[in-house]
Design a protein around this ligand. Sequence first.
Ligand SMILES: O=C(CO)[C@H](O)[C@H](O)COP(=O)(O)O
Ligand SMILES: [Fe+2]
Length: 223
Amino acid sequence: MPEHLLIAPSILAADFARLADEARAVEGAADWLHVDVMDYHFVPNLTIGLPVVQSLRKATTLPFDCHLMIDEPARWATAYAEAGAYNVTFHAEAATDPVAIAKDLRAAGSRAGLAIDRDTPVEGYLDLLQHFDLLLVMTIKAGFGGQAFLPELLDKVRTARRHVDTGHLELRIEVDGGVAEDTIAACAEAGADTFVAGTAVYGADDPAAAVRKLRARAAAATR
Ligand SMILES: O=C(CO)[C@H](O)[C@H](O)COP(=O)(O)O
Ligand SMILES: [Fe+2]
């Protein structure tokens, strides 16, 4: 288990008219800024794309954790790396050759993440994880923020954690969807080390304080 637990607030729950301010509101408290890119095809929702990511990159010091919920990730993913994303995660369900995309992402200067949606078993992807820096396990159905956390999906985190630890892989295991003060401990106990939280951070009066509370809960659960 990596020693450092990372908290990545999702700007999906932020005020899109004030994205730069919303990003800066969690600087110093958060580790990464989670940027949800949705294309209205892979998921039935539409958010932001490359031009907004390029502009926002100049507005904050936080590393970007881009979560691409898009069709044809092979066509678009490296552009997010070139825009300065620290990590670019794409969905296994949308990719025909995930390992090739991971190699392209690393060559373009970012880390590579593989995401699996609610209905996708993890077992078929375990052997690919050696080519990735991060596995994102959705803890909801991808597409919308503010949904209820699905605890049964943590079995995938447990399976991935066993695989990572026995294989001594350097891979972060990230959970995304419904992560909040009352659910983050279960995620950490299951073996997640990286936590995306949208509503729990940007729905709070003080987003930075909310990040600190989440981190404390996750740390307490892994002690
Ligand atoms: O990828 C996502 C949705 O597909 C978001 O990152 C996720 O929904 C975070 O929002 P919340 O914490 O409100 O569930
Ligand atoms: Fe996300």
